[in-house]
Design a protein around this ligand. Structure first.
Ligand code: ADP
Length: 320
């Protein structure tokens, strides 16, 4: 019997979609079967079922099953900004939570050596354990987190020299990320050598840039775009933060920093505009308390869900 015929005999089997190849040599059938996502008991049950099914095919006297596990294709997305204080970390935390709510297995690497704030933003204060010399991310708000802030006391990372920061970052990248599908990296703000070497080390699949609508911040965002351009990392889009203010008392909208500047700049630079978030006292308060609004209900959660979907769409779109 030819290999294809053996497969077609098994094609009606409930586990057929897991069969990667089948061969018959003499009376011995050899199956390669994908056991991704199964625990030990389920794996042996799967093996047993397929063995029995193959043995019931006339001419098959022995069945050998090789179980394989495919690594999920993992995407790494850097979140950067030309300068500090534009809300890069806040947006990164909420985007991660929103991606998790869309059903993705999401990780976060907090590489902001100047002010690692992801443990605060995601409300995760435990220290990660290490197993077989690999750090195990902490789970918070449905996001797997490793932060430079978990490895060193607050304020100390800043004093690190380049190589020390680099080796700590390697530990985060090489953590036990398991079946994580997408990892966001919260970069230190700015566009200097530190950021350049981090980006070179991580080789992200894409980058998102956070900017406020102000001119000065936009000039900085342009520098950030250049930084990723230099390293060949496609910029997936720009997010405008603190765009407009809605008064919590009267509901009136105003534009303390202007609005629309990032969108106009994105257009000029030929970069996608992913969306904007208003200046919001409740977003700030919730973030400080470790309750990312993306995890709740309401307009902020919806805005982050839309941004997260746009990010996924941009990741799926081949970049120039
Ligand atoms: P960065 O990572 O760019 O340095 P952060 O995310 O740490 O910036 O944000 C700086 C400060 O601005 C924080 O106190 C944060 O809560 C606040 N913030 C961020 N985005 C907003 C927003 N849209 N409205 C109000 N406050 C914000």
């Amino acid at each position: 019997m030819a290999h294809d015929e053996l497969l077609s005999d098994l094609s009606g089997h409930p586990d057929a979609s897991r069969i990667r190849s089948s061969k018959l040599k003499g009376q011995i059938a050899a199956l390669v079967v994908d056991a991704s996502g199964l625990g030990p008991d389920e794996r042996s049950a799967l093996e047993g079922r397929l063995k029995a099914a193959a043995l019931s095919i006339p001419g098959v006297a022995e069945v050998r099953v090789a179980l394989t596990v495919s690594r999920p294709e993992r995407k790494v997305v850097a979140v950067g900004s030309g300068k500090g204080g534009v809300g890069k970390s806040t947006l990164a935390a909420n985007l991660a939570v929103a991606l998790a709510r869309l059903g993705k297995r999401v990780g976060m690497i907090d590489a902001d050596i100047y002010g690692p704030s992801q443990p605060t933003l995601l409300g995760a204060h435990e220290r990660p354990r290490a197993e077989k010399q690999k750090l195990i991310p902490i789970e918070a708000q449905g996001v797997r987190l490793l932060s430079i802030g978990q490895l060193v006391p607050a304020g100390q990372a800043l004093a690190w020299r380049g190589p020390m920061a680099g080796s700590a970052l390697t530990q985060l990248i090489e953590g036990e990320w398991g079946d994580t599908e997408i990892i966001l990296v919260d970069l230190p703000p700015g566009t200097g050598d530190v950021q350049l070497s981090l980006v070179q080390k991580m080789l992200p699949d894409g980058a998102v840039i956070v900017s406020t609508p102000q001119d000065l911040s936009l000039i900085d965002a342009t520098r950030a775009i250049d930084l990723f351009g230099k390293t060949g990392v496609p910029v997936l889009g720009i997010i405008e933060n603190m765009a407009g203010y809605i008064c919590p008392h009267c509901g009136e909208a105003s534009d303390p920093f202007g609005s629309g500047g990032a969108e106009a700049a994105a257009k000029e630079l030929g970069i996608a505009f992913l969306g904007r978030l208003p200046l919001s006292a409740s977003l700030r308060a919730a973030s400080d308390e470790g309750h990312p609004p993306a995890a709740g209900e309401g307009p902020a959660a919806e805005a982050f869900a839309v941004l997260a979907q746009k990010l996924l769409d941009a990741l799926d779109t081949p970049q120039r």
